[in-house]
Design a protein around this ligand. Structure first.
Ligand code: ARG
Length: 496
């Protein structure tokens, strides 16, 4: 390729090595930013018109060209295998075909460095909304499970050893809570990155007297313009934050996946995945594999790797822009898209998981999971807990020898081992009684889980309608026109 054909080719006579020409392209990744780049071009053209670089008529021509290109790409898609080096060169060339030399003038006072930084933030705002929706989907599926099974017992584990009974609903909500925190992390990152780099030039700022405040407003950056042109073009900490939130989300999904995969095993037999999310074996006709959740668990590793890759790319980079930064997109974008897809698949898998509540309840009553409660009963009868622990430990040993549960110890054994207790052990140690005792906030008692389900339903409504209503009316939006919550529109109204 002749370098004189490149947007930067003026001082070069030789040809770019063909292999290097391919190697240095970013279009295969940054074509995803095409529509954001058109938005950036439009806003910059308007700023240039205000600064006197374009007449109103010229601006109109540029606007028409941008609209036309947007329409064309909406219909035919953005090319990914074009000779253009990156999306910015592609846009400039395509606008040139529509408005001639005006397209070349759009780059006045601008660099691809502030352009790509702006495009990426615009695109990320959209993608974060997609991630928030995905998290909402998984949480809604988990809350649905919790609602259906708020009082259904199952074994609870520590160290993957049966420990104490819990409810299926309590377990489901345990996986929703961390995802709610991931959602907050993403929102937090969204707000922090919602500042406009455009107008920062290549590194030192723009020499065109543009109104950067107006430009930021035009592009809906509630945080206004980035305050330092070097930082605006060189920093990628917002990408790292988003990737951390993705990696954490995937880590949480992988734990959910692992639990449900185990629950679906013949050994546990607690649930069965529906056909929509199960696959078979090419060899073993009887197999029914939980592949959806396995893939989610597996892909978590790739997203975690992306976070390390990006941190390593940014580490030690001199101020300001370096071409290393181009690789940010090939690290970040697939990881974000993968996370979004995994959220939807995980939601689907949870919805398609059918618990065997009869088996879960039966297993919750086995294996001395009520031993702590027996110790608590002894404490109620005046025995210090540490002594009670020892007494129950011995009672468990005896019950194991006899092959019975604690409440089924023969009367003679019971009075020998637990002389302090007169109560009806069958009732006091029943799974129901054990669950009901844990009624303090955060506990697994069915009444408590039911209340948590109701609280979660409000949370989900808030998420769907925007967020907690700050202005007292009931539309779920804050009413603040300057609000930059992604769920509120320009006027502080919630998205429908
Ligand atoms: N494709 C480049 C990137 O993504 C755009 C910026 C190029 N800037 C430069 N100085 N070569 O980073």
């Amino acid at each position: 390729m002749s370098q004189s054909g490149q947007m930067w080719g003026g001082r070069f006579q030789g040809r770019l090595d063909p292999m290097f020409a391919e190697f240095q392209k970013s279009l295969p990744q940054d074509h995803l930013l095409a529509f954001a780049d058109l938005e950036t071009n439009l806003a910059w053209s308007e700023a240039l018109a205000q600064a006197g670089v374009f007449t109103d008529e010229e601006l109109e021509q540029v606007r028409d060209a941008i609209d036309d290109l947007a329409e064309h790409w909406a219909e035919h898609g953005v090319p990914t295998d074009d000779p253009a080096e990156d999306v910015h060169s592609l846009v400039e060339r395509e606008l040139g075909a529509r408005c001639g030399d005006l397209a070349k003038r759009i780059h006045t006072g601008r660099s691809r460095n502030d352009q790509v930084a702006t495009d990426l933030r615009l695109y990320l705002r959209e993608r974060i909304l997609g991630l928030l929706e995905g998290i909402q989907d998984v949480c809604a599926a988990l809350v649905g499970k919790a609602q259906a099974h708020f009082d259904a017992p199952m074994p609870g584990y520590t160290h993957l050893q049966r420990a104490q009974p819990i409810t299926i609903g309590h377990h489901a909500l345990a996986h929703a809570e961390p995802l709610a925190r991931d959602r907050e992390r993403l929102l937090d990152a969204y707000h922090r990155m919602n500042q406009c780099p455009l107008g920062s030039g290549a590194l030192a700022g723009t020499a065109v007297p543009v109104d950067r405040e107006a430009l930021a407003e035009q592009l809906d950056f509630a945080g206004g313009p980035c305050r330092n042109s070097l930082d605006a073009t060189a920093s990628r900490d917002h990408l790292c934050e988003i990737l951390f939130a993705c990696a954490m989300t995937m880590t949480h999904l992988s734990r959910l996946a692992e639990d449900y995969i185990f629950f679906a095993s013949q050994e546990a037999g607690f649930l069965r995945f529906g056909d929509a999310v199960s696959t078979g074996s090419s060899l073993m006709p009887q197999k029914r594999n939980p592949d959806a959740m396995e893939l989610v668990r597996g892909k978590a590793g790739r997203v975690q790797g992306a976070l390390m890759a990006l941190l390593s790319t940014v580490k030690g980079l001199p101020m300001a822009y370096n071409r290393d930064l181009q690789t940010d997109k090939e690290t970040l974008l697939p990881a974000m898209l993968e996370t979004e897809a995994c959220l939807h698949v995980a939601a689907m898998a949870v919805q398609n998981a059918e618990f065997d509540t009869v088996r879960c309840a039966a297993e919750a009553g086995k294996g001395y999971q009520n031993a702590t409660d027996l110790a608590d009963l002894l404490v109620g009868a005046g025995v210090p807990f540490r002594d009670a622990h020892g007494i129950v430990g011995r009672a468990v040993n005896r019950a194991v020898e006899l092959g019975v549960e604690l409440q089924n110890l023969p009367a003679a054994e019971q009075s020998a081992l637990l002389p302090q207790l007169q109560c009806d052990l069958h009732r006091e140690l029943s799974v129901r009684a054990v669950l009901d005792r844990r009624a303090a906030t955060g506990g697994t008692a069915p009444a408590r889980v039911k209340a948590e389900v109701e609280r979660w339903q409000h949370v989900l409504t808030d998420w769907a309608t925007g967020f907690e209503d700050d202005d007292g009316d009931d539309d779920g939006a804050c009413g603040d026109e300057a609000c930059d919550d992604p769920a509120c529109d320009d006027d502080g109204h919630r998205h429908s």
